[in-house]
Design a protein around this ligand. Structure first.
Ligand code: SF4
Length: 264
Protein backbone atom coordinates (compact mmCIF):
# COMPACT_ATOMS: atom_id res chain seq x y z
CA UNK A 1 0.00 0.00 0.00
CA UNK A 2 1.33 3.45 -0.88
CA UNK A 3 0.78 5.21 2.46
CA UNK A 4 1.05 8.72 1.05
CA UNK A 5 -1.45 8.00 -1.72
CA UNK A 6 -3.94 6.54 0.79
CA UNK A 7 -3.44 9.46 3.16
CA UNK A 8 -4.04 12.05 0.44
CA UNK A 9 -7.04 10.20 -0.96
CA UNK A 10 -8.76 9.92 2.42
CA UNK A 11 -7.89 13.47 3.47
CA UNK A 12 -9.03 14.83 0.12
CA UNK A 13 -12.27 12.87 0.41
CA UNK A 14 -13.02 14.42 3.83
CA UNK A 15 -12.15 17.93 2.64
CA UNK A 16 -14.37 17.56 -0.43
CA UNK A 17 -17.30 15.84 1.27
CA UNK A 18 -17.57 18.38 4.09
CA UNK A 19 -16.39 21.42 2.04
CA UNK A 20 -13.68 22.07 4.61
CA UNK A 21 -11.40 24.28 2.51
CA UNK A 22 -12.42 27.04 0.08
CA UNK A 23 -10.66 29.28 -2.39
CA UNK A 24 -8.38 31.85 -0.70
CA UNK A 25 -8.39 30.17 2.73
CA UNK A 26 -5.40 30.40 5.04
CA UNK A 27 -5.29 27.20 7.08
CA UNK A 28 -3.47 27.07 10.43
CA UNK A 29 -2.63 23.52 11.52
CA UNK A 30 -2.65 22.91 15.27
CA UNK A 31 0.52 20.88 15.90
CA UNK A 32 0.27 18.96 19.17
CA UNK A 33 3.73 17.40 18.97
CA UNK A 34 2.25 14.03 18.00
CA UNK A 35 2.22 11.91 14.84
CA UNK A 36 -1.33 12.80 13.79
CA UNK A 37 -1.03 16.57 13.50
CA UNK A 38 2.34 16.39 11.74
CA UNK A 39 0.81 13.97 9.23
CA UNK A 40 -2.07 16.39 8.74
CA UNK A 41 0.33 19.29 8.13
CA UNK A 42 2.23 17.34 5.50
CA UNK A 43 -0.97 16.16 3.80
CA UNK A 44 -2.32 19.72 3.59
CA UNK A 45 1.00 21.05 2.22
CA UNK A 46 0.94 18.39 -0.49
CA UNK A 47 -2.73 18.95 -1.28
CA UNK A 48 -2.20 22.73 -1.47
CA UNK A 49 0.15 22.11 -4.42
CA UNK A 50 -2.32 20.03 -6.39
CA UNK A 51 -5.85 20.94 -5.24
CA UNK A 52 -8.16 22.86 -7.59
CA UNK A 53 -8.74 25.50 -4.87
CA UNK A 54 -5.98 27.91 -3.83
CA UNK A 55 -5.12 27.92 -0.12
CA UNK A 56 -2.07 28.49 2.07
CA UNK A 57 -0.93 26.53 5.13
CA UNK A 58 0.89 27.51 8.32
CA UNK A 59 1.35 25.73 11.65
CA UNK A 60 1.40 26.58 15.33
CA UNK A 61 1.84 24.86 18.69
CA UNK A 62 0.49 25.93 22.04
CA UNK A 63 3.02 25.12 24.78
CA UNK A 64 1.01 24.57 27.99
CA UNK A 65 3.79 22.96 30.03
CA UNK A 66 2.68 19.38 29.39
CA UNK A 67 5.30 18.17 26.93
CA UNK A 68 7.62 15.50 28.30
CA UNK A 69 10.54 16.72 26.18
CA UNK A 70 11.57 20.12 24.77
CA UNK A 71 9.54 21.09 21.71
CA UNK A 72 12.52 22.70 19.94
CA UNK A 73 13.56 19.61 17.85
CA UNK A 74 10.14 19.78 16.21
CA UNK A 75 10.72 23.48 15.47
CA UNK A 76 14.13 22.72 13.93
CA UNK A 77 12.66 19.95 11.80
CA UNK A 78 9.84 22.22 10.58
CA UNK A 79 12.18 25.10 9.82
CA UNK A 80 14.51 22.77 7.89
CA UNK A 81 11.53 22.02 5.66
CA UNK A 82 10.69 25.71 5.23
CA UNK A 83 7.44 25.44 7.18
CA UNK A 84 5.94 28.56 8.68
CA UNK A 85 5.61 27.54 12.39
CA UNK A 86 4.76 29.56 15.50
CA UNK A 87 5.28 28.22 19.02
CA UNK A 88 3.21 30.04 21.62
CA UNK A 89 4.26 29.74 25.28
CA UNK A 90 0.90 30.22 27.03
CA UNK A 91 1.66 31.87 30.37
CA UNK A 92 -1.87 31.49 31.83
CA UNK A 93 -1.66 27.70 31.22
CA UNK A 94 1.67 27.55 33.09
CA UNK A 95 0.12 29.50 35.98
CA UNK A 96 -2.80 27.06 36.00
CA UNK A 97 -0.34 24.17 36.18
CA UNK A 98 1.36 25.77 39.21
CA UNK A 99 -1.86 26.65 41.02
CA UNK A 100 -3.94 23.56 40.18
CA UNK A 101 -1.59 20.74 39.07
CA UNK A 102 -4.47 18.22 39.02
CA UNK A 103 -6.86 20.28 36.89
CA UNK A 104 -9.05 18.38 34.43
CA UNK A 105 -9.31 18.45 30.65
CA UNK A 106 -12.21 20.91 30.66
CA UNK A 107 -10.09 23.68 32.21
CA UNK A 108 -6.99 22.80 30.19
CA UNK A 109 -8.86 22.78 26.88
CA UNK A 110 -10.62 26.05 27.74
CA UNK A 111 -7.21 27.69 28.25
CA UNK A 112 -5.92 26.12 25.05
CA UNK A 113 -8.92 27.29 23.03
CA UNK A 114 -8.37 30.92 24.10
CA UNK A 115 -4.67 30.68 23.21
CA UNK A 116 -5.44 29.05 19.84
CA UNK A 117 -7.77 31.86 18.79
CA UNK A 118 -5.23 34.46 19.89
CA UNK A 119 -2.40 32.87 17.90
CA UNK A 120 -4.45 32.14 14.80
CA UNK A 121 -5.70 35.72 14.69
CA UNK A 122 -2.06 36.84 14.66
CA UNK A 123 -1.31 34.40 11.82
CA UNK A 124 -4.07 35.88 9.67
CA UNK A 125 -5.70 32.45 9.22
CA UNK A 126 -9.45 31.91 8.83
CA UNK A 127 -9.38 28.09 9.12
CA UNK A 128 -7.98 25.96 11.97
CA UNK A 129 -7.17 22.32 11.20
CA UNK A 130 -7.01 19.71 13.97
CA UNK A 131 -5.40 16.26 13.71
CA UNK A 132 -8.25 14.15 15.11
CA UNK A 133 -8.20 10.81 13.32
CA UNK A 134 -10.76 8.13 12.46
CA UNK A 135 -9.75 6.44 15.73
CA UNK A 136 -10.64 9.60 17.68
CA UNK A 137 -14.04 9.74 15.96
CA UNK A 138 -14.73 6.08 16.83
CA UNK A 139 -13.66 6.50 20.45
CA UNK A 140 -15.64 9.66 20.87
CA UNK A 141 -18.71 8.02 19.30
CA UNK A 142 -18.56 5.11 21.72
CA UNK A 143 -17.72 7.28 24.74
CA UNK A 144 -20.67 9.60 24.09
CA UNK A 145 -23.09 6.72 23.54
CA UNK A 146 -21.94 4.82 26.64
CA UNK A 147 -21.31 7.64 29.09
CA UNK A 148 -23.32 10.71 28.05
CA UNK A 149 -26.47 9.17 26.54
CA UNK A 150 -25.92 10.87 23.16
CA UNK A 151 -25.23 9.50 19.70
CA UNK A 152 -22.49 11.85 18.51
CA UNK A 153 -18.77 11.98 17.82
CA UNK A 154 -16.82 15.09 16.73
CA UNK A 155 -17.82 17.73 14.16
CA UNK A 156 -15.78 17.26 10.94
CA UNK A 157 -16.41 20.96 10.23
CA UNK A 158 -17.89 23.67 12.43
CA UNK A 159 -17.52 27.38 13.19
CA UNK A 160 -15.95 28.94 16.28
CA UNK A 161 -18.43 30.48 18.74
CA UNK A 162 -17.97 33.99 17.29
CA UNK A 163 -18.13 32.71 13.68
CA UNK A 164 -14.61 33.99 13.04
CA UNK A 165 -12.89 30.67 12.27
CA UNK A 166 -13.86 27.47 10.44
CA UNK A 167 -12.65 24.50 12.49
CA UNK A 168 -11.90 21.40 10.42
CA UNK A 169 -10.79 17.79 11.07
CA UNK A 170 -9.53 16.52 7.69
CA UNK A 171 -8.18 13.23 9.11
CA UNK A 172 -11.65 11.96 10.06
CA UNK A 173 -11.29 9.04 7.58
CA UNK A 174 -7.59 8.39 8.30
CA UNK A 175 -6.73 5.72 10.87
CA UNK A 176 -3.78 5.90 13.24
CA UNK A 177 -2.12 2.99 11.48
CA UNK A 178 -1.67 5.39 8.57
CA UNK A 179 -0.54 8.41 10.64
CA UNK A 180 1.92 6.27 12.62
CA UNK A 181 3.52 4.84 9.48
CA UNK A 182 3.50 8.15 7.62
CA UNK A 183 4.99 10.23 10.46
CA UNK A 184 7.72 7.60 10.86
CA UNK A 185 8.47 7.75 7.12
CA UNK A 186 8.88 11.54 7.39
CA UNK A 187 11.32 11.18 10.29
CA UNK A 188 9.31 13.79 12.21
CA UNK A 189 10.25 14.14 15.89
CA UNK A 190 7.35 13.17 18.14
CA UNK A 191 7.13 15.14 21.41
CA UNK A 192 4.83 13.25 23.77
CA UNK A 193 2.37 14.99 26.08
CA UNK A 194 2.41 13.83 29.72
CA UNK A 195 -1.31 13.09 29.54
CA UNK A 196 -0.77 10.42 26.87
CA UNK A 197 0.99 8.29 29.51
CA UNK A 198 -1.99 8.19 31.88
CA UNK A 199 -3.51 4.80 32.58
CA UNK A 200 -7.00 3.89 33.78
CA UNK A 201 -8.72 6.61 31.70
CA UNK A 202 -11.98 5.99 29.83
CA UNK A 203 -10.09 6.69 26.62
CA UNK A 204 -7.56 3.98 27.42
CA UNK A 205 -10.37 1.54 28.32
CA UNK A 206 -12.13 2.17 25.00
CA UNK A 207 -8.83 1.74 23.10
CA UNK A 208 -8.26 -1.57 24.88
CA UNK A 209 -11.83 -2.62 24.07
CA UNK A 210 -11.25 -1.92 20.35
CA UNK A 211 -7.91 -3.74 20.41
CA UNK A 212 -9.57 -6.80 21.99
CA UNK A 213 -12.49 -6.99 19.52
CA UNK A 214 -10.27 -6.20 16.52
CA UNK A 215 -8.28 -9.39 17.09
CA UNK A 216 -11.27 -11.22 15.64
CA UNK A 217 -12.99 -8.39 13.71
CA UNK A 218 -10.29 -6.24 12.11
CA UNK A 219 -12.79 -3.98 10.29
CA UNK A 220 -14.43 -2.72 13.47
CA UNK A 221 -13.37 0.93 13.12
CA UNK A 222 -14.20 1.03 9.41
CA UNK A 223 -17.64 -0.25 10.26
CA UNK A 224 -18.13 2.33 13.01
CA UNK A 225 -17.04 5.09 10.64
CA UNK A 226 -19.51 3.85 8.04
CA UNK A 227 -22.25 3.80 10.71
CA UNK A 228 -21.57 7.46 11.55
CA UNK A 229 -22.28 8.33 7.92
CA UNK A 230 -25.33 6.12 7.54
CA UNK A 231 -27.95 6.94 10.18
CA UNK A 232 -31.27 5.14 10.42
CA UNK A 233 -33.08 7.45 12.87
CA UNK A 234 -36.37 5.53 12.59
CA UNK A 235 -34.59 2.59 14.26
CA UNK A 236 -33.54 4.66 17.25
CA UNK A 237 -35.49 5.97 20.22
CA UNK A 238 -35.54 9.71 19.58
CA UNK A 239 -39.26 10.70 19.27
CA UNK A 240 -38.33 13.71 17.10
CA UNK A 241 -37.53 11.26 14.28
CA UNK A 242 -40.83 9.42 14.64
CA UNK A 243 -42.99 12.43 13.72
CA UNK A 244 -43.75 13.13 17.38
CA UNK A 245 -43.66 16.54 18.95
CA UNK A 246 -41.74 15.36 22.03
CA UNK A 247 -38.32 16.34 23.38
CA UNK A 248 -35.36 13.97 22.94
CA UNK A 249 -35.01 11.26 25.59
CA UNK A 250 -33.15 13.08 28.39
CA UNK A 251 -29.69 11.57 28.98
CA UNK A 252 -30.37 11.68 32.74
CA UNK A 253 -32.85 8.83 32.19
CA UNK A 254 -29.98 6.39 31.71
CA UNK A 255 -28.49 6.48 35.23
CA UNK A 256 -32.05 6.32 36.62
CA UNK A 257 -32.82 3.22 34.58
CA UNK A 258 -29.49 1.68 35.55
CA UNK A 259 -30.32 2.25 39.22
CA UNK A 260 -33.67 0.52 38.76
CA UNK A 261 -32.13 -2.43 36.98
CA UNK A 262 -29.48 -2.96 39.65
CA UNK A 263 -32.17 -2.82 42.36
CA UNK A 264 -34.35 -5.51 40.73
S1 SF4 B 1 -5.46 15.27 27.96
FE1 SF4 B 1 -4.00 16.64 29.02
S2 SF4 B 1 -3.39 18.15 27.48
FE2 SF4 B 1 -5.26 17.14 26.76
S3 SF4 B 1 -6.95 18.46 27.48
FE3 SF4 B 1 -6.65 16.85 29.02
S4 SF4 B 1 -5.27 17.79 30.51
FE4 SF4 B 1 -5.10 19.00 28.64
Amino acid sequence: MDIEKTLLRKTGEAIGRFEMIRDGDRVAVALSGGKDSVTLLEALLLLAKRAPVRFTVCAFTIEQGKFLRPIEPLGEWLRSRGIDWTCYHDKPSFRLLDEQPDHGCDLCSRYRRRAVYEVVTGLGANVIAFGHTADDFCESFLRNAMFTGRLSALPPVTMSGDNQFRLIRPLCFVTEEITTAYAASLGAPVIPCGCSQKTGTVRRQIRDLFAGIEKEHPNLRQSLLAAMGNLQPDRLLDPRYHGMDLPATPPVLFPVLNDLVTKL
